[in-house]
Write a protein of this length. Structure first.
Length: 442
């Protein structure tokens, strides 16, 4: 019998999963992603379709599952195109739907965290140029006022914009998101407007709810020089990190956006964050490559021998979680891990990925880094953007034909951790025996 030991988390730690409207709701027909799907840009021509049918009401059963399996929080997002289907029309029924959902979390004892923008834009906004349009930040603030007015009785924990860095990379630097552009100047303009949009939203939320806690969820990616002896690899890794990881959050500290080899001053953005939301998935090796002018002279890859997810999209690099948390701590604010997870249909890697990443969160806590919660991506399999249904990130699997939920072993592993508020040696022995001696040596 192995010795009893545990890595214990602080009392009140938030344990949850994260979801996003377009990925789980289904029946979204009025945003840039539904258009993108219709235009055939998704792998294998997949469509979000019914997704996990939350718009049909299945959110309730998924919240029941979350609470029955030990979670005490949930992060979800609001679909802008439902609340404001046209520039001058607000849909009160849609607002009511979200009111029911968010109060449904509270009734179940789950602390809600609400994201106001998670990749999708209403079609009318998209057709006007989306975040390329300098009016969009104000438009976003109007929408935010509407939502916060409706939901502020149920939550005070808000994420204004999910992964603005991925939104820009995906849509404006050739990453497979709408509108499918690849242009540094436009990418900079969009990033600039996203910072402004966040700042206006921050102020609007605090105006309506003085005790609100508002942040963004940044996608932090580790960039490691592939050859430590080659300065050009380090330079490239530094350029990637400062553009992808630092640019947005730094602008919220000093009011200066340094991105895509351009600079802008945005004084209204200073001090518009109450916590750092960290989405962490993996670390890339970065190599300078003179032949890759179209990729700004670098290649990125995972180290040989790394444990990869089903489609090779992610490598298991738990040490990057600790680095990400150390990075986040430079902003001297409380930190919430707003996403972390792996695509894994058969749940071969997920248990290990989960335990190793949470162990790094625990390490960060021991190093006095103020981590307040962890949201696993995701609760149930969902529509993975340009990768469609090829990637399965859910604790629960989803049978798209029947809408049946499939209980993966990770559900019970995570339930054990949430309920114990700890990674215990018993859980590790039961679910991830292959890393037992690594976690509990001797
Ligand atoms: O599914 C996405 C999510 O919408 C944003 N962060 C990364 C996840 C996994 O790809």
């Amino acid at each position: 019998m192995p010795p009893q030991a545990s890595f214990t988390f602080p009392r009140g730690f938030l344990w949850g999963a994260a979801t996003a409207a377009h990925q789980v709701e289904g029946q979204n027909h009025n945003n840039n992603w539904s258009r993108w799907e219709e235009e055939g840009h998704i792998l294998y021509d997949h469509r979000s379709g019914l997704a996990a049918d939350w718009w049909g009401g299945r959110w309730a059963e998924d919240f029941d599952r979350a609470v029955a399996t030990g979670q005490n929080a949930h992060r979800l997002s609001i679909e802008w195109s439902r609340i404001q289907p046209e520039p001058e029309r607000w849909d009160d029924d849609a607002l009511d739907f979200y009111r029911q959902m968010v109060s449904g979390l509270v009734e179940r004892g789950l602390t809600p965290m609400v994201t106001l923008h998670h990749f999708t834009d209403p079609l009318w906004l998209y057709e006007r140029g989306g975040w390329e349009d300098d009016e969009t930040p104000q438009q976003f603030a109007r929408f935010v006022m509407k939502v916060v007015g409706a939901l502020k009785d149920y939550t005070n924990l808000w994420v204004t914009i999910n992964e603005p860095n991925v939104y820009v990379q995906g849509g404006y630097l050739g990453g497979g998101f709408p509108p499918g552009k690849n242009d540094l100047a436009t990418a900079f303009k969009v990033m600039h407007n996203l910072v402004r949009g966040h700042a206006y939203a921050y102020k609007a939320i605090h105006y309506l709810q003085p005790n609100a806690r508002v942040g963004i969820a940044i996608n932090y990616r580790g960039f490691q020089p592939a050859r430590s002896w080659l300065p050009l690899d380090s330079v490239m890794a530094g350029i990637l990190s400062s553009n992808f990881n630092d640019a947005f959050n730094n602008s919220l500290v000093n009011g200066r956006l340094n991105f895509a080899f351009r600079t802008a001053t945005i004084p209204e953005a200073v001090k518009t964050q109450d916590f750092i939301g960290l989405n962490y998935y993996t670390v890339d090796q970065v190599a300078f490559n003179l032949l890759k002018a179209q990729d700004l002279f670098h290649t990125r890859f995972y180290p040989s021998g790394a444990l990869l997810s089903d489609t090779g999209f992610l490598a298991n690099r738990p040490e990057g979680m600790f680095q990400g948390l150390r990075w986040a701590n430079r902003y001297n604010l409380p930190i919430i891990v707003t996403e972390n997870g792996v695509e894994d249909q058969d749940d071969d890697l997920r248990p290990r990925y989960l335990v190793e990443h949470l162990h790094q969160v625990w390490r960060a806590l021991v190093a006095s880094i103020p981590v307040k919660g962890y949201f696993h991506w995701s609760l149930v399999d969902n529509f993975e953007w340009e990768r469609g249904w090829t990637q399965r990130f859910g604790l629960w699997g989803l049978d798209l034909d029947t809408q049946a939920r499939i209980r993966r072993a990770s559900v019970d592993l995570y339930a054990g951790i949430c309920k114990e508020n700890a990674i215990t040696s018993e859980l590790v022995e039961q679910y991830t025996p292959q890393i037992y001696s690594q976690l509990f040596p001797g």
